[in-house]
Design a protein around this ligand. Structure first.
Ligand code: HEM
Length: 484
């Protein structure tokens, strides 16, 4: 670990830490002229610089990892979205986002812009609720209970869907020399998650089995378009995609089908929401759909291609090391379970390192409940009540004060005592990897299930194959395992 690391970012350490000997510095940065400032920052963010360069050039210019700026969306035709933020770009200042005494997470999942509630049946689903709202505890407990109950089905369904995934990949390679795997993967993730979380096999509805994952893709895309760089010709993207919020009616028919599917077939889980957690049936359906479609399906759709791409694109000998570890500890497919997977030190470290360098949810937001002082590694700054903090994780996770050679993918980074201490600073789940998701924080309910699932996918891959080549979007060759 690099020398000047701060103490682990637990809640008490950020909120009760005395402002320290660090100098108090006026917060650099500005919002510019009304309308002109936000618009020029928006063009930098999406067009001239892209998100990473946007934050990096400003941090360099102000010689600070904490500063004020604007972030899209800035809608020229809508006055109700405030683009002003305080950027927090190092591990220490970012950890204030987890301190629920200091910050409020109400309606800030993707910034000051919140998609219309029509996307969720008119309800503020759990992820938009702050911990001070009593309903947050109910919905979070509901999500955690669903996960707990699904754990046995989870393993079985994941493995059975991986069978389908690799069968399709192999068949596509034999026909086309390469397999673009994103859609195949999404279809399998959808099936596995629906059975595991909602307790219903999509095959009970031919339309949902065939199209459910496409419906979710559209529902997700329409919500986040105004905040996302797509990569079209910039003027077209700015005019047509980033200038207004897309209305719900474009996906209303699909959402209704998904709602009906859950309402008709997920009876056991919905009863759990009603009886154990005091939610109405309608709240249970919309929250289940959100957890399934946005959190779980959306999260895995972003994360898994970066993990698979990293491994199949490697030519440093990592595949061989992973294969040896997996076969030594798990032996064969019947040896894949929570206990054995937990012993796969290298596999786990590779999963963590992928989450560090490619955090699936790059931006995190939280609003100051009151005025407070925030520390970076170098200075202390005053944050005003109501200001929106915005952390850009891809830069935070390359904080040179914490991670040695921060730009480098080091497969072994998290192995051993020193390595495991770094888990205090791995933040992909909106909290440290050593933290515990609960009713009183906003950490991902599936923090451990996500990393377990990822490890299982890697382990399964190396029980099937000796070697796989490809990249983040396609697989070009697979060499079947000779030794298993
Ligand atoms: C790779 C997959 C996943 C990723 C990357 C991911 C990431 C995240 C992140 C970053 C947050 C915090 C959002 C914020 O408030 O800023 C979050 C919250 C949440 N996630 Fe996950 N997640 C994943 C999978 C799942 C799964 C499988 C579930 C299933 C139960 C889940 C359930 C939740 C819930 C319920 C919350 C809201 C927590 C709260 O309101 O206190 N996530 N997730």
């Amino acid at each position: 670990m690099a020398s000047a690391s701060p103490p682990p970012p637990s809640t008490s350490l950020t909120s009760q830490q005395p402002p320290s000997q660090l100098p108090l510095r006026a917060m650099p940065g500005s919002y510019g002229w009304p309308l002109v400032g936000p618009l020029s920052d928006r063009l930098d963010y999406f067009w001239f610089q892209g998100p990473e360069k946007f934050f990096k050039t400003r941090a360099d210019k102000y010689k600070s990892t904490v500063f004020r700026t604007n972030i899209p969306p800035a809608f020229p035709f809508f006055g109700d979205v405030n683009p002003n933020i305080v950027a927090v770009l190092d591990v220490k200042s970012f950890s204030y986002l987890f301190d629920m005494d200091l910050v409020d997470k109400r309606d800030v999942l993707i910034g000051d812009f919140r998609p219309s509630l029509d996307f969720y049946g008119g309800l503020r689903v759990g992820v938009y609720l702050d911990t001070t709202e009593p309903k947050h505890a109910k919905v979070k407990s509901f999500a955690m209970e669903i996960l707990k109950r699904s754990s046995e089905v989870w393993l079985r369904e994941l493995l059975s869907n991986l069978d389908k995934f690799w069968e399709t990949v192999e068949s596509d390679i034999s026909k086309n020399d390469a397999a673009s795997y994103m859609f195949t993967l999404q279809r399998c993730i959808f099936s596995f998650l629906t059975i595991s979380l909602a307790g219903v096999n999509p095959s009970v509805s031919p339309d949902i089995a065939e199209n459910g994952w496409k419906m979710l893709n559209k529902w997700l895309a329409i919500q986040v378009i105004p905040t996302t760089k797509i990569g079209l010709l910039p003027p077209l993207e700015e005019i047509f995609l980033h200038s207004w919020a897309y209305p719900f009616f474009l996906v209303a028919g699909d959402y209704k089908k998904l709602y009906n599917f859950i309402s008709e077939h997920a009876g056991d889980v919905l009863r759990l929401g009603e009886k154990e957690f005091g939610l109405t049936r309608d709240e249970s359906v919309h929250n289940l759909l959100f957890v399934l479609g946005f959190n779980a399906y959306g999260g895995f759709s972003v994360f898994l291609p970066s993990l698979i791409g990293k491994i199949v694109g490697d030519n440093t000998g990592l595949q061989e090391r992973l294969r040896l570890e997996v076969r030594k500890i798990c032996g064969s497919r019947s040896g894949l379970n929570f206990r054995t997977v937990n012993k796969l030190e290298l596999v786990k470290s590779v999963v963590y390192e992928t989450l560090r360098l490619s955090p699936p949810v790059p931006l995190q937001f939280a609003r100051a409940r009151e005025a407070f002082k925030i520390s970076s590694h170098d200075a202390v700054f005053e944050v005003k009540k109501g200001e929106l903090l915005c952390g850009y994780q891809p830069l935070v996770m390359r904080d040179a004060n914490i991670f040695d050679d921060p730009e480098e993918f080091k497969p072994d980074r998290y192995i051993g005592q020193t390595g495991s201490e770094l888990l205090n600073y791995l933040f992909w789940s909106n909290g440290p990897q050593t933290g515990t998701p609960s009713q009183s924080n906003k950490q991902c309910a599936a923090k451990d299930m996500v990393t377990f699932t990822a490890c299982l996918i890697v382990a399964d891959l190396f029980l099937r194959y000796d070697k796989v080549t490809g990249d983040v979007s396609s697989i070009t060759t697979v060499e079947k395992a000779k030794l298993v």
